[in-house]
Design a protein around this ligand. Sequence first.
Ligand code: ZN
Length: 282
Amino acid sequence: MSTLDSALWLVRHGFSVFPADHPGAGQCTGIGRGHDPETCTDRGKHPCVPFTRVHTLDERQVHRWFDGQLRNVAVAVGACAGPGGARLLVVDSDRPGAIENAASAFGHRHTPTMRVHTAKGAHDYYWAPAGAQLGNGLGQLRGKFDGDVRGSRGYVIGPGSVHATGTVYELADPEQPPASAPAWLVTALQPSAQQPPRGAASAPARGSGPLLALVRVVLESPQGARNNRLYWAACRAFEHCRSGQLEPRAVASALADAATHAGLPEAEARKTITSAYRRGAR
Ligand SMILES: [Zn+2]
């Protein structure tokens, strides 16, 4: 099946798609700040468009993007809406059995769902409740799951695409639609103030109070306000650093983690934190 056929299949099943780099193209067709197509070695994954804004469910647009073009097809996870406003959640296992093992660790059995076999493991597609706060953060799954999750503002490489190793991403069963995400999984992925993101724990104890409060501000940012809130929180946190209450590296790590959890792409979060740091240094 060509990526054109796969892309058509995806949009007909309600998944919003966009083109990504294909490892067979002469050089990376991906875009993005700080990305050099000529020297890119991480092939087959980079978006060809600013995918948080540019993605489609329209078959004519799919033809324009994929007809006769060597492109992988990617799914704009955050843009996909299911029954009752459900949000798409993709669980990306880095090895076969990873999500099954994580389910067991939480005392549950894995819920079978729409699955795409990848080069290393599998993508499991679930519909999560409309109100669930799901970003790209692992929440309580961290340390218990070999893989990643993709929610709002995330994307995955879709079926029919080719991995850099030559492996084709393949639907396990085209008749199997996404199941509802099991409650244990949705709960485990919720950002929680009781579960400070990685990095917060390495801050000095006397500084953890203000940092945790600022982490919470970032975690609870609504879409559209995330970058501004992150900048604000980072400026406040670096002020605490200058008075010796917090350690800059712990601040940067904790805030980057919180922002990623809230759905901000990591590169964007790092850039915002760096500019807040530079502002303080002036
Ligand atoms: Zn690239």
